[in-house]
Ligand binder design. Sequence first.
Ligand SMILES: Cc1cc2nc3c(=O)[nH]c(=O)nc-3n(C[C@H](O)[C@H](O)[C@H](O)COP(=O)(O)OP(=O)(O)OC[C@H]3O[C@@H](n4cnc5c(N)ncnc54)[C@H](O)[C@@H]3O)c2cc1C
Length: 390
Amino acid sequence: MAEFLIIGGGIGGLAAALALQRIGRQVAVFERSPVFGEVGAGLTVGPNMLHGLAWLGLAEPMARHMMIPEHGGVMDIATGELLVSNRRGPVPAQRYGQPYAQVHRADLQRVLLDAVRRNDSSALHAGHALTGLSEASGSVTAHFANGRAVQGGFLIGADGSRSVVRDVLFPGHPPVFTGYVAWRGLVPMARLGHVRFFPDSAILIGPGRSLARYRVRQGELLNYAAFAESSEWAEEGWSIRSGLADLLDRYAGCAPVVREIIEQTPADQCFKWGLFDRDPLPAWTAGRATLLGDAAHPMLPFLGQGAAMAVEDAVVLARAVAAVGDPLAAFQRYEMLRRERTAFVTQASRAAVREFHSPDTRGYDPGRHRDAESLGIFAFNPATAPIHVA
Ligand SMILES: Cc1cc2nc3c(=O)[nH]c(=O)nc-3n(C[C@H](O)[C@H](O)[C@H](O)COP(=O)(O)OP(=O)(O)OC[C@H]3O[C@@H](n4cnc5c(N)ncnc54)[C@H](O)[C@@H]3O)c2cc1C
């Protein structure tokens, strides 16, 4: 019987598995998909997340996959004018002890998977969709759609924003459509060789729509995420194909570079979905189970911090278990240590999009710009943050 059952093999679940293995605990991870895998998309990894990944022993493999942009910026989506520019390159590492970088999600997933598997080749179980939980004294049992029931000491729900674990522990918190639809795409840079991308990492903003773009995979691919206001409901999920015509239509009148990026997207590389939001839960822990990552605190993607919060959760949770000993007391400590920060980032992500999509882009200036750095989010180190409470 594994001490910790972890439901969900995304970035949060795998980081939690590795963090608990690092302190000598036994884990079993259950993923509903038939294979462990991530969608083809990019991810921003700020210094706070990289401190967590370094604590997990992943500094070296991450360095092989990361792209470090030289500059970050905010641009007007209609004119392409640069509104705010930040020097990146070596600066974040000098300031925070870790760089600001971007990776392909599948590369990060692979690094996490390999590390968990190296520690324990029997820890990973694909094809296990959780359907329910039951508790007896001293144990918790996870029930799966494939008919299996697995007993463990404690359970961590890292099953994402549509978490079944959350619905079992805290029913009655349905998702609410935010009024934003999103598209993501990956474009081979070879198709965009004629376009000058300065700054090399940027968000283009304007009334009712925005687009974030940066390079991944040693600069071979341009990753973008586009967001538009819409009263129309779109499914929540990452893998719903979208035609380019719809996207071109929504981004009519934008700077030529935006249309170029969209037009050069391979037809099978554009996906669309609706952004849903939830208010913070009253608690994350009930009985022998707790929540982590998007299952605990789903947030809008406008500060690029959701995966970072999941990695921070994982490190703080394992450090709490190591410090407190009893996992039940550690779950309470973890929740207490994490709730305020994740609620702040959730609220700040909502506020960021209101600024990005405000009608007066021309008035947007460095003084108004709110990103994860100016909000102080990068300065947190989950590997050294205090775990003991007075
Ligand atoms: C457009 C966009 C851009 C983003 N950009 C960034 C960024 O730049 N930086 C950043 O830090 N964050 C970013 N995020 C947020 C980030 O993607 C998420 O916060 C992060 O993936 C959460 O990880 P997780 O492991 O908690 O959940 P998930 O990644 O959703 O993983 C949950 C896993 O649980 C599995 N699962 C679900 N239900 C069950 C079940 N019943 N039984 C078993 N398994 C189950 C799923 O298949 C999945 O593998 C972005 C999000 C979006 C939408």
